[in-house]
Design a binder for this molecule. Structure first.
Ligand SMILES: C[S@@+](CC[C@H](N)C(=O)[O-])C[C@H]1O[C@@H](n2cnc3c(N)ncnc32)[C@H](O)[C@@H]1O
Length: 222
């Protein structure tokens, strides 16, 4: 990465973090079909599975963390917004969940080969470098571990959709990077992950519109 691109990425990360710190108090209650569809889809794909150790990156207010606490023996949930994580801590009474404030664009403080499910929901639009995320993911995954990604579909991004919320009648748009489907596939396969499943999803109110979400399940198999 050149110094100029790196500086721009740091600036946008600071805006994203400040934005989520601001959004935290109403993130769960604002009307948000993408958030609701992600919760439904994540349950549909993962609820019947069981894991020893789950890592949730970008856990936000813990919307999906309660599911992970049910299907995982141990859950590590990470986010760089102190206010989002404060909401998650407030809601969670599960003894098997540990919340940590950390930036996933840095080295992950997680042991090699220690995790059997990573989940990343509605986070990667804010992350410039997918290669770093996939490289950290394959490092921390145990053999046969899985990496689940649920993301705003790039077709929606092409139409200008980004994460937004309102404050005092002002619409606040958070910085976002467009990642094409091929960007996810190329970053994952370059790191050594294998695609197991790719699905596209529509909310019940999305009839006639492009898919709202894309989900990927990747696996680390030796
Ligand atoms: C749209 S919210 C999604 C939260 C949760 N996963 C969900 O599905 O409701 C995006 C989250 O990603 C977090 N995030 C964005 N960039 C991050 C980074 N570099 N490191 C850690 N968390 C990050 C934000 O703070 C925010 O909580």
């Amino acid at each position: 990465m050149t110094a100029a691109i790196e500086a721009a990425d740091i600036q946008s990360a600071m805006k994203v973090r400040a934005g989520y710190n601001n959004w935290a108090t109403t993130y769960d209650t604002d009307r948000n079909r993408t958030r609701d569809l992600d919760e439904m889809v994540t349950r549909k794909i993962l609820a019947r599975l069981r894991f020893t150790s789950i890592l949730e990156i970008g856990c936000g207010t813990g919307k999906n963390t309660s599911l992970f606490a049910q299907i995982g023996e141990q859950v590590k949930a990470v986010d760089f917004s102190e206010e989002m994580i404060a909401q998650a801590r407030r809601k969670s009474s599960a003894a098997n969940v540990a919340f940590t404030v950390a930036d996933i664009t840095q080295h992950w403080a997680i042991d090699d080969a220690s995790i059997d499910l990573i989940s990343c929901n509605l986070v990667l639009e804010h992350i410039a470098d997918l290669d770093h995320i996939c490289a950290q993911a394959i490092r921390v995954l145990a053999n046969n571990g899985q990496f689940f990604i649920s993301e705003l579909h790039p077709f929606r991004q092409y139409q200008g959709t980004v994460a937004t919320f309102t404050r005092e009648d002002a619409l606040i748009k958070l910085p976002a990077f467009i990642h094409h489907i091929s960007d996810f596939l190329n970053a994952a396969t370059a790191s050594g992950l294998t695609l197991v499943q790719l699905k596209e999803w529509w909310h019940s109110e999305d009839e006639g519109k492009p898919p709202r979400l894309v989900t990927f399940m990747f696996a680390k198999s030796m």
